[in-house]
Design a protein around this ligand. Structure first.
Ligand SMILES: *[C@@H]1O[C@H](CO)[C@@H](O)[C@H](O)[C@H]1NC(C)=O
Ligand SMILES: *[C@@H]1O[C@H](CO)[C@@H](O)[C@H](O)[C@H]1NC(C)=O
Ligand SMILES: *[C@@H]1O[C@H](CO)[C@@H](O)[C@H](O)[C@H]1NC(C)=O
Ligand SMILES: *[C@@H]1O[C@H](CO)[C@@H](O)[C@H](O)[C@H]1NC(C)=O
Ligand SMILES: *[C@@H]1O[C@H](CO)[C@@H](O)[C@H](O)[C@H]1NC(C)=O
Length: 179
């Protein structure tokens, strides 16, 4: 009886060792570039990365919408860098105001989840005034990305009433668990 218990305990420990998550993957921001296409509507006050440690950089963003908008489109394009950026892996447009009323589209939800905890946008359209993203970082805790190791660019164009107003381009590095 005792030896059976011993075996069970040993097996349990063995299982825990096998199932225990291995060394963390690298998933961090490497560069950001923002630009306004229409400075009479969108003023970008701040768009910068700050290194916290070797594995983490945080993104701070502050823009002012000088007039209210009730029509926002987020145009997401993701590229993988391989001798320059290869053609997009993702190319999708999300109706931002509809999304703020009720999130839709799996990819849109995934992308919004990355920054929603860090932004002051917690209400529906119209949006006006200062739009803030504070100390945003990437974490693998929530999402196991089906991404191969590499450097990526997520280029987001923000359109009001169908016309591009500003861009936020975020580059990041993803290094898979090598097991
Ligand atoms: C964002 O990236 C896209 C795609 O590479 C590029 O066309 C655009 O000029 C970039 N915008 C900024 C502000 O860097
Ligand atoms: C630029 O912004 C102004 C408001 O300041 C707006 O009236 C105009 O339509 C915008 N231009 C474009 C091309 O969206
Ligand atoms: C955002 O920028 C504006 C204009 O520079 C400034 O007044 C405001 O305090 C900034 N907000 C935050 C949260 O840093
Ligand atoms: C956002 O906040 C919620 C609640 O505090 C937390 O459960 C979740 O892990 C956070 N997401 C990110 C991406 O930090
Ligand atoms: C939205 O966030 C602001 C602070 O940024 C807070 O004062 C307000 O109560 C929040 N509104 C909702 C609906 O959560």
């Amino acid at each position: 009886m005792k030896s059976v218990l011993k075996i069970v305990v040993l097996l349990t420990i063995l299982c825990l060792m096998i199932l225990e998550p291995s060394s963390p993957v690298v998933f961090k921001l490497t560069n950001v570039l923002c630009g306004s296409y229409n400075i009479t509507w969108v003023r970008i006050n701040h768009c910068r990365l700050k290194a916290i440690n070797r594995h983490r950089t945080v993104f701070n963003f502050n823009a002012t919408f000088l007039h209210p908008t009730k029509d926002i489109t987020s145009h997401y394009r993701m590229f993988k860098r391989e001798n320059g950026y290869r053609p997009w892996l993702v190319n999708t447009r999300i109706d931002g105001c509809r999304f703020l009323r009720k999130p839709y589209d799996a990819l849109g939800i995934f992308l919004f989840n990355i920054y929603k905890n860090f932004t002051n946008v917690n209400h529906t359209c119209p949006l006006q005034g200062d739009i803030i993203v504070r100390d945003m970082y990437l974490t693998t805790d929530l999402m196991r990305l089906p991404l191969p190791t590499g450097d990526y660019l997520l280029a987001i164009d923000w359109l009001f009433y169908g016309k591009p107003q500003f861009a936020t381009n975020v580059s990041f590095q993803f290094i898979e668990d090598i097991l």
